[in-house]
Design a protein around this ligand. Sequence first.
Ligand SMILES: C[S@@+](CC[C@H](N)C(=O)[O-])C[C@H]1O[C@@H](n2cnc3c(N)ncnc32)[C@H](O)[C@@H]1O
Length: 262
Amino acid sequence: MTSNSISFDRAADYYDATRGFPPSVEREAAALIAGAGGLTAATRVLELGIGTGRIALPMRPHTGPYFGIDIATAMMGKLREKQAAASSAAPIYLTQGDATRLPFAANTFDAIIVVHVFHLIPQWQAALDEAGRVLRPGGVMLYGWNRARQDQVLSKVWDDFIRMADKGRDGFREERADEIIGRGWTKHGDRRIHEFTTLRSPNDFLIGLKQRQWSHTWHIDDATHAAGVAAVEAHIAAHYDQPDKPRELPSSFNVQAFRPPQ
Ligand SMILES: C[S@@+](CC[C@H](N)C(=O)[O-])C[C@H]1O[C@@H](n2cnc3c(N)ncnc32)[C@H](O)[C@@H]1O
């Protein structure tokens, strides 16, 4: 049994195509995480919600033993395929399991990495507590997130429509450290940011919505979803001359290190 978290098994086949970073950004993001945590070849790491290894594979050269857990076996299958294709020597130890009930003893890891996961877990507080339990004293959690990889105007059109139709969803809010601090964790150093550009057309966003590529669309009933798509479509028709033309979207990868409650 899982904790009613949102599994990404359904997204495994298209996750990297829609969320992947360009190789240079991937390397910069990994270096940013390693720097924020002072990670070395001796650091024993656990990544929560490791997925397809978008973060783990570029992180691997920066760390010691690397463990990952995810509820979605199909996502981790992609990680294994990529590792095999790259003949990657350094192992990544994978476990299918739930971040709210980690199958590891207390004080096992020097660092925990978590990128875009807590918002998928209704009991994210339990996942945070578990992260604190398995970290050794002096260990650090590296919490990362992307910002603005979609057209912000179109995202707002969609959000405004859906929020009206879908009141009351209030889980973990990404981009905010309040929840983590509210659980007794403390910031360790400043937030680190790597800025880059994403090339995406307005119609790319529309296609993503239509195909329900993002988890924030998965729970929406068909009628509401169709109406939201129509609202975005109408906005694009009214405001964009060339909706298929890719535009440069200012984007960033962010990481903040935290120490667990004492
Ligand atoms: C948005 S993906 C992010 C994957 C990876 N961290 C990255 O940044 O590319 C979120 C991942 O968290 C996993 N997940 C969701 N709830 C989980 C839970 N309770 N325990 C472990 N993994 C979970 C999903 O299956 C999915 O693979």
